[in-house]
Design a protein around this ligand. Structure first.
Ligand code: NAP
Length: 324
């Protein structure tokens, strides 16, 4: 077992924190982001996902820096449960086991505290398979050397997950988590790849990233006049026409439950046995997302959402690094 790794039922994603290009971040948001952090921890949402590649341009590393600062400043309920999960990128210039150690040390320096869960951000199997072995050995070293409480993977499919698992078992290193893109707009990891069964069999917790479909499943972008700028707006324009029935179904269930669409979308992820890590940029988004906890969709509602999701003709694009 991983060493006392506290994993809450739901987490909070921090890709947007420091990302100007895709998410429109600027430093004036930091007060809100600290309020998001404090609200999450005090309400039992203590898992925070970040990455050493997060932050654009001169803001590189900003997400880890902010998380470090917020966790040090926080004084209140749940402080001992805070779990900071970072992802180390498989950059082309990271080639050795020791490069992973240096990368984890750099993340810990930015955080000003140890990393709790260290994850391989993506597999190089699709384009540079020779690079992968030393990086994974380096990931396992971090656990063996007591530098982290747990290790995880991201964007791995079942075949590759099994192979890494087998190698790590030989070294006595458990894989605590796997994170993949999973939402009502991205059911592929479970329905096609069968990753939930594989994870259950191997004792690995499955984390659902982009569980709100980058914001689409909140319903606020249903009106095409309200689309965000840039790449997200472009993507949403392609996806929206084919997902109207899904949005209508989400809205109907949300209304009958006196919940919001975001809350229903996140609750569905939890009903599927995953830990969703929705990103939040404002306190009100975080508060709304936390409202996905403490109640459960019934099996009929889950089945109805499954059917609506299956009928969406154009799904969210899969991460290019996702392997089989
Ligand atoms: N492993 C990987 O390769 C990988 C890839 C992607 C993401 N991730 C992780 O997963 C986390 C979550 O995914 P994500 O941030 O990509 O997408 P997401 O959680 O599906 O969507 C987050 C965005 O939706 C909007 N939003 C959130 N809550 C809302 C609410 N209650 N009401 C209205 N709008 C709301 C916000 O953006 P706006 O206000 O701008 O709409 C927010 O930034 C990331 O932060 C990151 O930690 C991992």
């Amino acid at each position: 077992m991983s060493r006392g790794l506290p994993l809450s039922k739901m987490g909070c994603g921090t890709w947007a924190w420091g990302n100007r290009l895709l998410w429109g971040y600027d430093e004036s948001m930091d007060g809100q982001l600290q309020a998001v952090f404090n609200c999450c921890v005090s309400q039992g949402v203590t898992l925070f996902d970040t990455g050493d590649s997060y932050g654009t341009g001169r803001l590189a590393g900003r997400s880890e820096l902010l998380l470090g600062q917020f966790s040090r400043d926080y004084e209140g309920m749940g402080k001992d449960q805070i779990c900071i999960a970072t992802k180390l990128a498989a950059y082309p210039w990271r080639l050795t086991r020791s490069a992973m150690r240096s990368a984890c040390r750099a993340s810990a320096d930015r955080l000003g505290r140890p990393v709790d869960l260290v994850q391989m951000h993506w597999s190089t199997a699709n384009y540079a398979p020779w690079q992968e072995r030393p990086l994974l050995e380096g990931l396992a070293d971090l656990y063996e050397q007591g530098l982290v409480k747990g290790v995880g993977l991201s964007n791995y499919g079942p075949r590759q997950l099994r192979s890494v698992h087998q190698r790590f078992v030989q070294r006595g290193v458990p894989i605590a988590t796997l994170q993949v893109q999973y939402s009502l707009l991205s059911t592929y990891p479970i329905t096609t790849l069968g990753l939930k069964e594989t994870c259950d069999e191997l004792g690995i917790r499955l984390i659902a990233y982009s569980p709100l479909g980058l914001g689409l499943l909140t319903g606020k972008y249903a009106d095409s006049k309200m689309l965000p700028g840039g790449l997200r707006g472009f993507l949403f324009r392609q996806l929206l026409p084919g997902m109207r029935p899904l949005l209508d179904g989400l809205q109907a269930i949300a209304t009958s439950r006196t919940k919001t669409m975001a809350q229903v979308a996140l609750n569905w992820c939890m009903a599927k046995g995953t830990i969703p890590i929705p990103g939040a940029k404002t306190l009100s988004q975080a508060q709304e997302n936390i409202g996905a906890l403490g109640w459960q969709l019934d099996p009929g509602e889950v089945a109805e959402l499954d059917q609506l999701a299956a009928r969406v003709d154009r799904k969210m694009v899969q991460n290019i690094f996702q392997t089989q």
